[in-house]
Ligand binder design. Structure first.
Ligand code: ADP
Ligand code: MG
Length: 241
C-alpha cells in the first residue's frame, strides 16, 4: 500500500512540479500513473523511492514513512528508473550480482532468480557482455531484472515499457498482473494509453503537478462520454486546465 499525503515538490523555490498530491494505491492493484510530459510523474516517483525529498507532505509505504524509515521502505521496493543507462562498464551478470549484494539476496536464491529471469527475457547469453554494448531495450530488461532480484513487494516502474520489444513488454505485463494478484502493489507511469487501458485496475491522471482524475478507466468514460477513446479523454482532461 502506498499513501501520498499532501505531497508537493517545488524545484529551486519557484517551479512547482507536484502540487498537493493526495493519492492511495492499494495492495493487489496495478495502478497506472498517466500524464503528459512534464506533468510531474517522475518527480512523484523519485519522492516515493527516496531519491528526492518532498518540499512538504508525507509518503507512506506498507506502513513505513519513506523519509524517516527510508532503509526499511527501500527494502520493500523494486524501482525501475526512467533511464536505463546505468553502470555501463559492468557486465550484465556483474550488475545483477551487485544488486543482489546490495539487497542481501542469498547466493542460491539469487542464482535461481537470475537464471529464470534471464531466460524469460532472453538475456542469458548477453549477461557476459558489458551493459554499454546493450541496446536500449536490453538495458531496460537489465534494470528490470536488477530491480526484482530481491523479490520486492512493491513495484515502482517509471515508463517501464519504453524500448521493450513486444514479447518482453507482454511478459512484463503478465508479471505485473501476477504480482498484483498475489496481493502486492504495482505502481507504474506511462504515456502509452493503450497499455494503461488494458492492464490497470485504476489510473491517476496528473497534469501540471495536479491530479485531475483517479479511478477506473471505465469511470472516466462514464464521466466524459461512452464513445471517446482514452486518448481523447486524456487530451480533454489535460488541455482544458
Ligand atoms: N531536478 C529538477 N530540477 C528542476 N526542475 C525539475 C527537475 N526535475 C524535473 N523538473 C521539472 O519538474 C516538472 C515535472 O517534471 P517530471 O516530474 O520529470 O515530469 P514527467 O515525468 O511527468 O514528464 C517539469 O517542469 C520539469 O522541468
Ligand atoms: Mg518522466
Amino acid at each position: 500500500m502506498i499513501r501520498f499525503d499532501s505531497i508537493s515538490k517545488i524545484y529551486n523555490g519557484t517551479n512547482t512540479a507536484v502540487d498537493h498530491l493526495d493519492l492511495e494505491i492499494h495492495s493487489g492493484e496495478i495502478f497506472g500513473f498517466l500524464g503528459p510530459n512534464g506533468a510531474g510523474k517522475t518527480t512523484t516517483i523519485k519522492m516515493l523511492v527516496g531519491i528526492t525529498p518532498p518540499t512538504s507532505g508525507r509518503i507512506e509505504l506498507d506502513g513505513l514513512d519513506v523519509l524517516s524509515q527510508s532503509i526499511e521502505a527501500k527494502k520493500q521496493i523494486g524501482y525501475v528508473p526512467d533511464n536505463p543507462d546505468i553502470y555501463l562498464r559492468l557486465k550484465g551478470i556483474e550488475y545483477l550480482n551487485f544488486m543482489g549484494d546490495l539487497y542481501e539476496v542469498p547466493r542460491e536464491i539469487r542464482q535461481d532468480r537470475i537464471e529464470k529471469m534471464a531466460q524469460a527475457f532472453e538475456m542469458s547469453t548477453a549477461l557476459g557482455d558489458k551493459i554499454q554494448s546493450y541496446s536500449h531495450g536490453m538495458r531496460q530488461k537489465m534494470v528490470l531484472m536488477g530491480a526484482l532480484i530481491h523479490d520486492p513487494n512493491v513495484w515502482i516502474l517509471d515508463e517501464p515499457m519504453t524500448g521493450l520489444d513486444p514479447k518482453s513488454s507482454f511478459l512484463l505485463k503478465e508479471m505485473m498482473r501476477e504480482h498484483a494478484d498475489r496481493g502486492n502493489t504495482v505502481f507504474f507511469s506511462t504515456h502509452v494509453l493503450e497499455v494503461a487501458e488494458k492492464i490497470c485496475d485504476r489510473v491517476g491522471i496528473i497534469n501540471k503537478g495536479r491530479l485531475v482524475y483517479v479511478g477506473k478507466v471505465e469511470g472516466l468514460r462514464e464521466k466524459l462520454g461512452e464513445n471517446t477513446s482514452l486518448e481523447q479523454m486524456f487530451l480533454e482532461l489535460t488541455e482544458h486546465e
